[in-house]
Design a protein around this ligand. Structure first.
Ligand SMILES: Cc1cc2nc3c(=O)[nH]c(=O)nc-3n(C[C@H](O)[C@H](O)[C@H](O)COP(=O)(O)O)c2cc1C
Length: 133
């Protein structure tokens, strides 16, 4: 198996995706599609875990869902996989909102994580992952 490569975001990149109440993708902007390596058509209708990286600890997403389901904004560092098996780190802010049709939705806005933040969270998530069953 070839080694996965880290893709670095540029400072001005802003990756956005929107899901329904279950985490099914409803929209993703061009920056998100570009880094994920998927077209918008490939993403819409898929569970957002389509970009989940195997090294992400379950507790991070449990915390995300608990926070947004209770109507609060979640902020955190996320490592995502690209379609071809590479990865990129982001700092994400996830907002709950009510869509124009009255349904519950969530939006995630992501920007570049610093080298130091990536280093810190790589180590922390590795530790958390090691404690999982
Ligand atoms: C708006 C929104 C954006 C999300 N963005 C990501 C993401 O970029 N990467 C990711 O792995 N999970 C993301 N998630 C969490 C996924 O829905 C999912 O919980 C996570 O990938 C873990 O997968 P699992 O629930 O199948 O274990 C997002 C959820 C929401 C509501």
């Amino acid at each position: 198996m070839s080694k996965s490569i880290e893709i670095k975001l540029n400072k001005k990149d802003f990756l956005i995706s929107e899901t329904d109440s279950k985490g099914v993708v409803r929209f993703a902007n061009d920056d998100f599609c570009k880094y994920a390596g998927f077209t918008l058509e490939e993403l819409v209708g898929q569970n957002h875990n389509i970009v989940r990286d195997p090294e992400m600890p379950k507790a991070a997403f449990a915390d995300l869902w608990q926070t947004i389901k209770s109507g609060n904004i979640w902020k955190g560092f996320v490592k995502n996989s690209t379609k071809n098996g590479n990865f990129y780190w982001v700092y994400a802010t996830v907002y709950p909102f009510t869509s124009s049709d009255g349904s519950q939705g969530y939006i995630s806005c992501r920007r570049q994580a610093s080298d130091q933040e990536i280093k810190t969270y790589t180590a922390l998530y590795k530790e958390m992952k090691a404690k999982e069953q």
